[in-house]
Every structure is written in structure tokens, then in C-alpha cells.
Ligand binder design. Sequence first.
Ligand code: PLP
Length: 928
Amino acid sequence: MATTVTASKALSSYFSMSQARADRWRTVHRLARTLAGGTQRPDEVRERITQELAGLAPIEELCAYPGPRLLTVLRERLQTGDYQGVARLAQRISISLLANSYRDDSEAWRSDEDDAHTPDALPPGIAQASTRKPYLEVLVVSPGERSTWQETREAFRRMRREGDAFVYEPVVVGSFEDAVLAAIVNYNIQAVVIYDGFQYASQSSLSDLREILASVVPAETADDADLGTLLARVLRAYRPELDIYLMTDRNASALAGSEEAACIRRLFYGLEELLEIHLSILDGVQDRYATPYFDNLKKYAQRPMGTFHALPVARGKSIFKSNWIRDMGEFYGTNLFLAESSATTGGLDSLLEPTGNIKVAQEKAARALGGDHAFFVTNGTSTSNKIVHMALLSPGDIVLIDRDCHKSHHYGLVLAGAQPYYIDAFPLTQYSMYGSLAIRPIKEALLALKAEGKLDKAKMIVLTNCTFDGHVANVERTMLECLAIKPDIIFLWDEAWFGFARFSPFLRRRTAMGAAAKIRAMMRDPAYRERYAEFKKKAGDVDPKNKALLDTPLLPDPDKVRVRVYETDSVHKSMSSLRQSSIVVVADQDFHKIEPMFKEAYFTHTSTSPNLQIIATLDLARRQMELEGYELVQKAIQLSIELRHDINQHPLISKYFHAATPAEMIPAEYRQSGMSDFGAPGWNVAKTINALNTDEFFLDPTRITVLCGNAGMDGSQFKGLLASDYDIQINKTSRNSVLVQININNTKSDAAHLLKALADMSRAIDKRLAEGGDATQASFKARVKSLVEDVPDLPNFSRFHDAFRDNPKSAANEGHMRAAFYLAANPAACEYVKLGSKELEDRLKNGPELVSAKFVIPYPPGFPIMVPGQVITNETITFMRKLDVKEIHGYNAALGLECLRPDALAALRGKEAPVGERISKPKTPVGV
Ligand SMILES: Cc1ncc(COP(=O)(O)O)c(C=O)c1O
């Protein structure tokens, strides 16, 4: 039953399918206007319209709007020569599709004169704007002949009730292939009703959609009896949010308890339960639509409340009656104040001890993001990370960590007293940025710890996924290989930027929760046991002396593995919630053991006055993503791929600016599939899926590094110019690049705005060079060279000073950073050494070693080039001098580098107890 690939469909055309459909309707509209306007060549134009409609037909079969009904009306009009009617209808369809207005506007559904006598033509709920009901479509997979489909549609429509909260249109298909395609192309589908007994192959010719199908449907075979559950599994894997209902004449009760039916929301026996099905569909959508916290907050805001607590802004009386700050009320509106309270009564629940609607909202968020538990955090992922560190770590534990990760982790480690084992990401020196942490050095670190008998102290691995610049890890492989060395190691995946990825069928597999679910299933799978046995036979026990292990993909022992995965998301960074909204998602088999500590950590870091609006928008962002995340993320990816292409193909813009491709952002050794660019010729969906499954790193298409060195601008200048002259705000910068982030809010107009700005800048540079003469050209060339070629080497982590190491001779590099941090709290233990001083040169050459007292973090690039207790090397100083940035946290140019004094370090080393013990005992004096 495996589908064969018959056509090579470019990746970009997969993502732009919905756009291509809208474009095609625009073409039909344009041609229809020409025809109606009385063209010289009516036959030719009519033929072209016929062709366009034929091209649209396979997709329209899978959609309710305009769908087969309006397509048929158009074709009939074309045949009867009603060209005015064709133009009117084509215009309506084209505009409605472009603006998605058919979801709200009943006019869109009319084929003008007909609807007076065909009341079923439009969903009734969208007829009056004042009583708008959200619109959705339900996919019905039918075993019946096509001639029966109209009756099926009508049967569902007859179920509509005045009190229904939503209005849906059924889309009927007759085969497995069509059902999968409908779920792919039709964003409106929210539920699927499968009637057992349908056929596998599509009845329509799907030549150009077949490859997409093949990439989604596993190459497994099933006998016809299993087709219903197979379809349910395939659809759930692709779009987990869909509610799936199965109508079967098999033994429904036996099936209901089986593993194969786990992904089905409800089973029905026979055909007689249409009203139940209808109510179940609405109930399923309501379950996603309900935002328990937000819904209650709205109700709360409507109640006449007397407040005698410490929040004067609640109810807004101190604002709306004020002589001086009334504009505050006018600006923010009444609801903000009506919805404010410091109480946790009145059904508002408590974030610190949730038992009501916050608890339910968190459970829904866990479901949406694929975890077992979720915890709302109202002070950003900076806080989420610290909560996880504190919950899981004890003083002295070793944590393998990307030195380039967000500063909250470094500070989290100071708070927890754990020892960081810093591992460097692969460098992208040419852009003055780091890439991400490859698997090999992580294994090397774990094996080094194993060799010295310290593996039991290695508690956690902290990784960033994706990185600021879009490097997406192979989460599954990373975890499998690490678990092969330490089967109970905990993973903290910082997915601050990547929350949206859960809602992309492409990227989901590369999220922490996506991979955790897969590994859990794998460890239960007998086929994996066999694979593991084979591996064990060949590789033997994990012997740290065996260097070949570093280049062998390792597999963990399924009997020993504990899947313990934590993911932190800045919901505000990629979904529709207020700033600072963040979430911790947990898939930890041993969570019950650490739950009390997790609570303590949560209490430590959570304000006792959390912002109600942040909690409410976390609830709402979850609702949105569960109902339209698939559509929004597909469109964001499409926009990114187009923008990348438009920048790099534009003859003028590409002279000075360039969107870095996967090949430029990820060294070839980590792109085993050979993927070079999203739009590379011949690069299709199947190859992309292969790259996602195999490559060590994948580039998130929505994070576009725009290189600006060739325009003679450094990242900060370019960012400034975009903001001051074009009102464009962008994300981070590096020495010769800026990061353009495409999000679910971005539109084609935004992309056009940026392209226009790049074109204007390019034109201005062209002009300046053409008119400036030799001197201008020479200085431009020199500036470009300095930005593009004279880039400083990135300094790797040197080492912790011996005073902070339990065993200075150890090959593993962990150190007691907290001891250094607190030693620096004593001013007498510190000294300042100026960057340009002779003392600095002498000390670097002849010692005593310079040891940083502080985290020193230049922006850009934003990673700590020094951490407390780190020995400062020549490389670090050279990098710092070349950096040429204004903002360096932890460094005061007037005073110089803050270092720990050699005598303070000597005094610390002189103590008898090992460092690890001393720092965990606060009484012990440190410093001079
Ligand atoms: C990788 C990473 N983690 C965590 C954070 C902190 O997130 P928040 O701004 O939500 O506190 C950031 C912020 O930029 C980040 O880049």
C-alpha cells in the first residue's frame, strides 16, 4: 500500500499550496473579468479558465469553500455562456479566500441568485455577524459511492441546532489518500469522522500531490479491516490536535480498549448515531476552545465587586476618577482594570497552589504541548529555567551545559550550586556567532566523567533548541546517545524560541516533547529491543577508553532508560500571549520523586502577585495553537521560505545582503542529508523529511540571518538604520548580520516592507559608490573586508581556576562556579585590571593567572565570554578587543576587568575541605 513518488514537488510549493490555490483563484477572476468585458478571443480565455478550474478541482474536493458546489456552478455558467455570472462569482471566491472572509461572511457562500432557494448553501451560524459562531470544517471519510455524498453532507447539516457554539461544514471524501490530503491542505478541518470500509486509493488524479502524501503516510501496509485505525493514527501523527471519531461495524467495545484505538476520541457502532456524532464533534472543539482561566476572568470582570485588598488599580476607580491619570484608563480601556485582582477567591484560583481553573488550564497546555505536566510561569523563561535548575539539582551536581546558552542557566547554576561542565558549540566564526552543541563533544564529556567515576554526579544536560540563530538539534538522537552512556540523565531543553514548533508536523519531531514521546514508545517496542541487542553485540559495554564510541551512534538499554525531559518555552516569543508568559513542560517518568522539590523551586521563583493577564493569555495562546496553530505555523514557514528566496534572488538586494542558507549556517558534517537550502533545485518534501530525520542539525526556516557585511554595515548599524529610517524592528545582531524572525503574526505585507527597505538601501549604496569616486569605493571595500574577513576567532571556554576544581588534574572540566561567584561578593577578594594595561599583558604571559570574578557578556553576541572562576586567556582578551561593541555586561571599561585576587584564590585553595564541601557550608569564610 506504500505510495510511490511520481513527481518531485519543490519544498516551497508544498508550503505555498494554500497561497497557490488563492493565486489560482485570482487568475480565474482576472480571466473571468476579461471574458465578461468582451475579449477578442473568448474561446481562448474560456479554455484557460477551464484549465485553471480543472487544476483547482482536486483541492476543492477537499474543502467546503468554495468547494465542489461553487466550482460546479462556475463550470455550468462557463458552459452556458453566462460570463457576467462567472466573473461575479469568481470575484467573490477570490476575495473571500484571500481574506478568509468566508469564515465570517455568509455572502461569500452565495452563488448570487441561487441561494434564496438553497438554504443549505451556507452555514447558518455565519449569517449574522452579531451572533458569530466560529467556523470549522469536519472531514467525513465515507465508504459510500460519490452519489451518496450529498446526502451525507445534508444529514450532517440537518443536525445543526440554534444553540450550537460552532458551525461546521462537512467535507466528504471517499478514500484514505484523500482523507490525508484533506488534513494536509485544509486548515479548517478540526474533526474527522471515519466510517469504516472506505477504499485506499484516491479517485482523482493526484500526480502533483502524491509525493506529499508519501511523505506523511508511513510505508506500512494494512489489510482493509485496519484502514480506519491506520488512518486515525496517520492523521493524529500529522495533526495531533484533530478529534477523530470512528464509526465501525467491527466489535466496537473490543476495539475501544485496544492500543490501536488510543488516538480515537470516540468510537461509534453502526450508522445510527448521527446526533451523538454531531454533539461529540462540538464537544471536542469546545474542549480545545474552552479557556478555563480566561473564561472565568471575563465573568469575574462583569461582577460588581467591592475590593478591600492591596491593588488600587483593580476595578479602575482610582484611575477613571483621577484628575491626573485618567488617560491611563482611556489608553488601556476598562476591561484591563475590571479584570485585575489580587484575590485568588471568586474562582480566580491561585497560581502557586492551583486547584481550579488554572490547574485545568495547565493540564490543557500540557496536552497541547505533548507533555505530562505543564506549569505556567509569569516571569519569562529566564525564571522557568531557574525553577528547573533549582528543582532538579543539588549543590555539587555536575551539569553538562552549552556555554553559549541563555544567561538564566548560568545564574541558575550559581543558585543551585551545581558545577557547570561547559561544552562549546561549533563556531560560526565568519558571522561571529556560535552554532549549537554537537553530539560528539557531549559524549566526550560524559565519557570523560565516566572514566573518572564521576558519572553518578552528572545529573542534567542543558541544551538550547533552537538556538537564537535557528539551529535545531536532533533531539531524539542526542537523547538516545546520552542515555546510552547515562541512562537516567535529565534533559533540560531550552525551547524559548521554539514553542511554535509543536504545531508543525515537520518540526514537531525535533522538539523535546516530540522526541520524548518517540523515545518512550521506542523503549516499549519489541523491534527496538532487537535493534538494541544487535547494537550491544557489536559495540559491547560503554567503555570510555574506546574512542570509536564517539563516532558510533549509541543506543540505550531499554531496561535501564528513564525518560526525564523538561522543556521551557517563552510562549510570548512565538505565540499570542503577553510578554513574560512562559511555560515549563514535563515528560519525566520520575516526576513523582521530585515533585515536592519542583514545588519548592516554583514557590521560590514565583511572585505571590502573578499577573492575571499573563496567566489568561497563556490559556488563550494554547487555545489558538490547538485550533489554528497548524495553519499559522505553516503560513509562517511559507513566508520565511519566500522571504529568503526573495532576498537571495533579487538582483539588486543580493549584491549587498544575503539570507544565510542552511549550508552556510550548518557545517556539512552536521548535514548528512546534504540539504543546502529550502529552495534548492530538486529539493522536495521527501528530502526535507529525510533531513529532519537524519541530520544532526536543521535550520529553523523562520529564523533568517541576514548578512549585511557586504553592505559595509555591522549588525548594530544595520539594525539602527532599519529602525530609524524604515520603522522596522528586528531581533539580535552579530558583527556582520541581523536576525529577522518570522512569526505567526507576520504577513506578506511585512515581508514586502522589509524587501522594499533592503532595495532602497541597496540603491543608496549603489548610488554612493557610483558617485563617490575612488576614495569612497576604497573605504567601502576596506569596511566590507573588515566586517566579512577580519573576523575575530571565537574564544572557547578555557577552564576553571584550580581553586574551584575538586581535582585540578581531572580531564573533565566542571568547576564550582558558585564559590567563585560568592568569593567575588567580597570586594577585598577582587582587583581590577585594565584591558589596555601592561599589567594585563604581563599577567597573561607570566602569571599569576587572571581569573574572572564576573560573568562578562558582550551584546552582541550575547554569550558569556567569561564566567566567575574562569581563567582568562589571550584568546578571550583578543576577542574582547576586537568586539567593538558598546554593551558588555559585567565589564566596566573605566575600572577594567574585575578579577579574583591571586591571594584570595590561594587562601581558598589552602582550606582543607574540598571546594565542593566548603561552598555548600555557608559558614565557611571565603576570600581574604
Ligand atoms: C535561549 C533563551 N532562553 C531563555 C530566554 C529567556 O526568556 P524570557 O525572555 O522569556 O525570560 C531567552 C531570551 O532571549 C533565550 O534566548
